[in-house]
Design a protein around this ligand. Structure first.
Ligand code: LMR
Length: 333
């Protein structure tokens, strides 16, 4: 009897230890290829998080919409089916957080430095806090880069996009941007863009070059014009209940891993896009055109009025606070 009790006790102890040793799993789903700024940063975070927590946390990264597509991933996060995502800032509207679409305003940032004043300053913090009532915690902003237009016909002037069906992310600001050019915006999930371009469902799109290249869009787009008319970046977000429920020491290590991953992401973003551009040029499949100063200014003049038009959607105060950080003046183009 005594021996049996001992055995049962030992078995219970073993299973408890086994349970205690089960790593905490973070499923991190995203829609881009692994060799992009976001893909590489997600892999970097996995490595750091597992290292710093000495294996108590396991991060499973699912790239390229393999686990969830654009539309589904936010819902999956809220339900707790995945723990971490890094959606583009243009994809928070359907969640009811329209403020993030301020980043989609064309020509609102001239370069990464201006952008970082916002994403790494008080405005960025306030924006991330807006996610909490949705059961989501925002951990960081990760860069991708500046978007350029591509199509199957040459693009030199805003009029060249008139009547073109252009794929956009699910942002009302981007919709308005395309309308300002006389184009016909169509929201299509990232995973379906290549096929939509190939089959002619849409005529063109906009993206940073790293996304264009890694999805092989350059193979189905004859012309790429380096307009760099808008920014595309990410908010790294977690299920708030999951995050708040983590042991404090683990959360501290994960915060540290995220800080390092953010630095890494923002360091590599420009280089990755520059390399992708070289690769697109080398492929010879797309004609890459760099607009003259005057040509780019014509796009700017056509698109900056979108800022005022979208005040009621993204908030006049928010737009003004960004102008204040960056020094942008819509009246001085
Ligand atoms: C897109 O849909 O074009 C981008 O948001 C994809 C991404 O995550 O970079």
């Amino acid at each position: 009897m005594k021996f049996r009790t001992l055995l049962v006790g030992l078995a219970a102890m073993f299973s408890l230890t086994a349970f205690a040793q089960q790593p905490i799993v973070i499923k991190f789903s995203h829609v881009v290829a692994h060799d992009t700024p976001k893909g590489l940063a997600a892999d970097f975070f996995k490595k750091k998080a597992e290292e710093l927590t000495k294996g108590r946390v396991k991060v499973e990264v699912y790239p390229n919409s393999t686990l969830y597509k654009d539309k589904e991933e936010m819902e999956a996060l809220q339900l707790g089916a995945v723990q971490m995502l890094a959606p583009s800032l243009a994809k928070f509207g359907p969640l009811g957080v329209k403020d993030f679409e301020v980043f989609d305003l064309p020509f609102i940032f001239d370069d990464y430095n201006q952008l970082h004043k916002v994403t790494q300053g008080p405005v960025g913090k306030q924006l991330l806090a807006k996610l909490e009532p949705k059961g989501i915690k925002g951990l960081a902003f990760w860069d991708n880069g500046f978007k350029s237009f591509s199509a199957n016909t040459p693009i030199k002037t805003p009029a060249d996009l008139k009547g073109k069906k252009m794929r956009i992310q699910s942002s009302k600001v981007l919709e308005e941007q395309m309308r300002a050019l006389g184009a016909l915006p169509q929201v299509i999930g990232f995973g379906e863009v290549y096929q939509a371009l190939q089959t002619g469902v849409v005529d063109g799109t906009e993206n940073p070059i790293s996304n264009l290249y890694t999805q092989k869009m350059h193979e189905v787009q004859k012309y790429l014009t380096l307009t760099e008319h808008g920014y595309l970046g990410y908010a790294v977000i977690v299920n708030k209940k999951f995050w708040d429920g983590l042991p404090a020491d683990i959360r501290k290590e994960l915060d540290d891993a995220m800080e390092q991953a953010t630095r890494y992401a923002n360091q590599i973003a420009k280089v990755e896009n520059d390399n992708a551009l070289e690769a697109v040029k080398k492929s010879g499949k797309t004609v890459v055109y760099t607009p003259t100063k005057e040509e780019r200014l014509a796009f700017k003049k056509a698109l900056v009025p979108v800022h005022q038009k979208m005040e009621s959607r993204v908030g006049k105060d928010l737009i003004q606070s960004i102008y204040k950080e960056t020094g942008f003046d819509p009246d001085k183009l």
